[in-house]
Design a binder for this molecule. Structure first.
Ligand code: 13P
Ligand code: SF4
Length: 320
């Protein structure tokens, strides 16, 4: 792979700014990206915000600083545009936990069910779904179905279980998890709460049930960020990926944010896939217009329907 390691960040940023103007490109970045990428993005968001921006963009070229399923979603919504991902290896453990063949067998075992899939899944899984959801609209999407409708929810069992508990539904859950959120340590949270009685615990719904039960607030990445802006507390214990701390600290400089460590020996909770993208790879990707997301026309056609249904429900509910 080509590298430009010799270039300092300010030169890379200058080149990126020149190229994006020349090529009428938009840089969309998830909150889990490294701070340098968040700071130069045209839009930073959670999965719902990014899907909405991808659906609306007038740019000719989309550079998606996120992971593979997010860039695929942007491609599905913009089939005639070039969609680039700075590192094609930037995948997702949750998406990988749901292979299409095994999911097809699972669907056969549950006839008469509608399928709601979390956006963190491959384009192939999206083609097998009735509607897509994100953590920011999952409740509204589930509640758009009649109470007695049988539903399969895939692939995140933690998010699905949380939605079951708060909506009183009994959706059948695919057994998948996010390798970052699922291992956040309950023991560390209890200790942090004891040491910081004035702090509020905020958690992402991809965390396991024991963590969510302890939380003062549960929400998508963007909802957590907005909560810390409007809430009166001065200290937060944050149970999610560490990338969000950059925006939380920028938006609320007077507040303190304590990240929850994992159960594993490595105490960082960086998503290894999100952190594959670097400023250097972003520059090369804009310059060379590769790696590009390529999908078959038939997959795009089928996967578009459940994504558009999600966007319509979210618009009606005032979420976007
Ligand atoms: P949201 O962006 O919906 O908060 O999801 C978090 C996540 O894990 C993205 O991969
Ligand atoms: Fe996937 Fe989890 Fe990383 Fe999000 S944080 S991209 S769900 S592995």
């Amino acid at each position: 792979m080509e590298t430009v390691k010799a270039k300092p960040d300010n030169e890379l940023i200058f080149e990126i700014n020149t190229l994006r103007k020349q090529k009428n490109a938009v840089i969309l970045a998830h909150y889990y990206q490294v701070p340098q990428i968040q700071d130069i993005a045209d839009f930073i968001g959670d999965s719902l915000g990014l899907a909405q921006k991808a659906a609306e963009t007038k740019a000719d070229l989309i550079v998606f600083a996120g992971v593979h399923f997010m860039a695929e979603t942007a491609k599905i919504l913009n089939p005639s545009k070039k969609v680039l991902l700075p590192d094609l290896e930037a995948g997702c453990s949750l998406a990988d936990s749901c292979p299409p063949e095994a999911f097809g067998e699972f669907l056969k075992k549950h006839p008469g069910h509608n399928v709601i899939s979390y956006i963190n899944c491959s384009a192939a899984i999206k083609t097998m779904s009735d509607v897509i959801c994100t953590s920011g609209n999952a409740v509204k999407i589930v509640e758009s179905f009649p109470k007695d409708q049988k539903i399969i929810f895939a692939p995140d069992k933690n998010l699905g279980g949380y939605i079951n508990r708060i909506t009183g539904r009994n959706m059948v859950l695919w057994d998948g998890t996010c390798e970052v959120h699922d291992i956040l340590s309950t023991e560390a949270i209890i200790n942090l709460k004891i040491e910081n009685p004035d702090a509020k615990l905020i958690a992402h719904p991809e965390c396991k049930a024991q963590v969510l039960e302890l939380a003062d607030f549960v929400g998508s990445t963007n909802e957590m960020l907005n909560f810390t802006k409007r809430d009166g507390s001065k200290k937060y214990i944050v149970a999610t990926e560490s990338g969000i701390l950059h925006q939380m600290r920028k938006d609320s400089p007077g507040k303190e944010f304590l990240i929850v460590p994992t159960d594993e020996t490595c105490s960082c909770n960086d998503c290894p896939y999100m952190k594959m993208n670097t400023l250097e790879k972003l520059y090369l990707c804009l310059k060379n217009e590769t790696p590009e997301i390529v999908l078959e026309a038939e997959v795009i056609e089928k996967a578009k329907k459940p994504i558009n249904r999600m966007l319509e429900i979210s618009k009606k509910a005032g979420l976007i």
